[in-house]
Design a binder for this molecule. Sequence first.
Ligand SMILES: *Cc1c(COP(=O)(O)O)cnc(C)c1O
Length: 388
Amino acid sequence: MKRRDRTLITHAGNNPRANKGIVNPPVYHASTVLFDSVADMHARGRDKFNNVYYGRYGTPTTFALEEAVAALEEADKAVAIPSGLGAITGALFTFLSQGDHVLMVDSVYEPSRFLCDTQLKRFGIETTYYDPTIGAGIADLIQPNTKVVYLESPGSHTFEIQDVPAIAAAAHAKGCVVVMDNTWASPLYFKPFRHGVDIVIHAATKYMVGHSDVMMGMITMREEFYSRVKTQVHGMGFAVGGDDCYLALRGLRTLSARLAQHQESALTLAKWLQGRPEVERVLHPALTDHPQHKLWKRDFLGSSGLFGVVLKPATDERIHAMIDGMELFGLGFSWGGYESLMVPSSLKTARTATKWTAGPTIRIHAGLEDPQDLIEDLARGLDRLRGN
Ligand SMILES: *Cc1c(COP(=O)(O)O)cnc(C)c1O
């Protein structure tokens, strides 16, 4: 029976009957796995990616989390990785070798850019950055040695929405693998495999974990790519701990309820900010004045709690006074937890294929506090911005 998302979130990966009726899976702590015999060892080793074989390959706790995420994303398989950036590294090293070329979206998460400009470069892999709004025009940038076209939508800090189906079609026509970072929407609000993506990355650290207490990444894919991905990430030594998997699965169970509230609160704050004289522009794809709002509406099923705000010109001193004095919005990296955050976006050197010329920009994560309290905190912050 085809289950709907909120049902999958609640049940996928759980098997209470196999566990004395206890609702959640046990937390396995494992390195060594003992075999009954040499024959048993060899038999399990023939399918070690799907068996309990050695701690690094995963335990039933890992498999419960991976099964739940795969079901929700409409993927065949998911592989848990110790961080979101680890998932990006694992995916890129799976599909790129010396002499290959990767097309990277210019609005990519900054550490992904750093990976391309340092590690991939050192191994003889060349990167070209492309305009996030390029659409089918990506075809002109594909070279004979291009193996991967990489997307992240919306863009990091600037929130451009990409035409995923158009880019995927052009990439597939030239035999490239389409990799996408789907962290912002989570598997609930964007379904990458419906739009032509081959390999999906999540910083599960964000909404899946949801409580700012675990680093975790995910790669999801169809069966055809599983063996290559698993061989690569296992070969790199990535292994996740049982407690972290348990916490990620526990976080995932409430994702639908949390994300609905993040969505609503972020829209409330975004619309309030749009009416403020200190604000030049709000960068949120669900707002009708967003340049790619139509694409967002066509492809996405919702919006999450993270968005950008371009302020009218202001001195660094005033912007710092606003941010430093916030009472409910914490200043820190990552996002997707239950609490609100605000960070300045440093975009001056972040783009190379396109130009970002807007004024000072901040990024807001709307947490699960009462939105009215958040608005009052923002109002006091904007007073400080004006120097009052
Ligand atoms: C945070 C983030 C990552 C990296 O995740 P970590 O778990 O912090 O390594 C990757 N992509 C996006 C879009 C992110 O926001």
